[in-house]
Design a protein around this ligand. Structure first.
Ligand SMILES: Cc1cc2nc3c(=O)[nH]c(=O)nc-3n(C[C@H](O)[C@H](O)[C@H](O)COP(=O)(O)OP(=O)(O)OC[C@H]3O[C@@H](n4cnc5c(N)ncnc54)[C@H](O)[C@@H]3O)c2cc1C
Length: 386
């Protein structure tokens, strides 16, 4: 396999420079107002960083997933938050793998240059929850269009995106043979649908994540919005899940690095009872343990990315990477909090904000229990638990 270590070193430098221009005060202000970090996303776009995985023929860098993962890791390690834009990096994978040549030519160059924002991914519904096969948003074919009715929830960045990848039912549930069938993927142009059958309502959350509810009321979209074959949408979405898990795991590793460094530096410099607090094993050992968990999770994430880039099965590794990395970042966050004592809860140290932000990863994009059930069933051969 090609050695990308030099590219990774250059990309890390580029990310660090951008993150240095967007220090804690920037993120704190955005967090306070729940504003989208447009300037930061634009800076990443201008450097082509979000187009890393798009093939060169469509204007991207054509880099492997392992390198994309290092970009996201670095963003979090250097204090940024890729949650505002990571979808631009990987949601296009469904179009790339399953779209027809005309769809690829129409959309991928714009996504690569950033003139077209593909940030929104509409899968989760309020009633179905984690049981995606139970979703009920319906797209009915009528001549050369589909008419969509239903509702999505937690559709992040919908207000900051031009396009949405939408998973909807196209065959009623009682007419399908397998529960994984009857769902289809659409690439819809929200510039055409907002206010014309589509309504977006922001959800205020404990983190600044620009997430929303989206309602479809007789929304008409051209039949050409369908990606691939009708009824095969779940398979297409699932084929992108491993990449998503590996990339999100990388963000967690970046967070863990940020917390461990912050805790380590403070433990060395803060003196109480006449000595650095890091001299006490009660402070030093949890930081060392958090470091160990982070390194182990990083190895699993790198392994999963390597298998993915080799085109080998990586479901277990991608799921375990997400599980271990989200727990490592959370343990590092908690350790950092305890190390800082009272100052941890003061906004200006950024710890309480990052603490809130990193907690999300145990819930989304997939919650820990669902990962454990995947591993229990697919790796360990135990009975399906749901
Ligand atoms: C901030 C945020 C952003 C998000 N962004 C997006 C987005 O852009 N697009 C999108 O489509 N979705 C998005 N999501 C949705 C996210 O993927 C879901 O919240 C997540 O998959 C969990 O689904 P749920 O919230 O419906 O929980 P539920 O499915 O209701 O589950 C609740 C709890 O029960 C557990 N549980 C459920 N079933 C079982 C079982 N059989 N065995 C054991 N435990 C079980 C779950 O693990 C979870 O802990 C986002 C969510 C959040 C909070």
């Amino acid at each position: 396999m090609t050695d990308h270590s030099e590219t990774i070193a250059q990309l890390r430098d580029a990310v660090k420079k951008i993150c240095d221009d967007f220090p804690g005060e920037y993120w704190r202000a955005k967090d306070r107002e729940r504003h989208y970090p447009s300037e930061f996303v634009q800076a990443l776009t201008d450097m082509g960083l979000l187009a890393a995985l798009i093939p060169e023929e469509f204007g991207g860098s054509g880099l492997p997933l392992a390198v994309g993962a290092e970009i996201l890791k670095a963003i979090h390690e250097f204090g940024g938050n890729a949650g505002a834009c990571h979808a631009q990096m990987y949601t296009m994978g469904t179009v790339l793998r399953h779209g027809n040549p005309s769809q690829k030519n129409q959309y991928l160059p714009g996504i690569a240059s950033g003139t077209l924002r593909l940030q929104a991914f509409g899968v989760t519904e309020p009633t179905a929850g984690s049981d995606t096969t139970n979703l009920s948003t319906f797209a009915a074919r009528q001549g050369d269009k589909y008419v969509v009715n239903g509702q999505k929830v937690w559709t992040s960045r919908a207000e900051h995106s031009d396009l949405m990848l939408l998973l909807a039912r196209t065959t009623p549930k009682d007419q399908i043979k397998k529960r994984t069938e009857g769902l289809s993927v659409f690439l819809l142009d929200m510039r055409e649908t907002i206010g014309r059958g589509m309504t977006i309502k922001p959800i205020r959350t404990m983190i600044n994540h620009s997430t929303t509810e989206v309602f479809f009321d007789n929304m008409e979209i051209p039949a050409t919005s369908l990606i691939g074959e009708e009824g095969q949408g779940l398979r297409y979405i699932m084929s992108g899940m491993n990449a998503e898990r590996i990339l999100v795991a990388s963000e967690c590793i970046g967070d863990a690095r940020w917390f461990v460094k912050k805790a380590r530096d403070y433990a060395c410099e803060r003196k109480v009872f006449g000595r650095p607090i890091g001299q006490n094993q009660g402070i030093q050992f949890p930081i060392a343990r958090a470091f160990g968990e982070m390194e182990a999770a990083n190895l699993m994430t790198e392994r999963a990315a390597q298998l993915y880039d080799q085109g080998k099965p990586c479901g277990t590794q991608a799921n375990l990477a997400k599980l271990l990395a989200s727990e490592a970042s959370w343990h590092a966050a908690d350790t950092c909090m305890q190390t800082f004592g009272g100052f941890a809860v003061a906004e200006e140290y950024d710890i309480e904000r990052k603490f809130r932000e990193t907690r999300l990863y145990q819930i989304a994009p997939i919650s820990t229990n669902l990962i454990l059930s995947y591993v229990g069933e697919h790796e360990l051969g135990m009975p399906r638990s749901y």
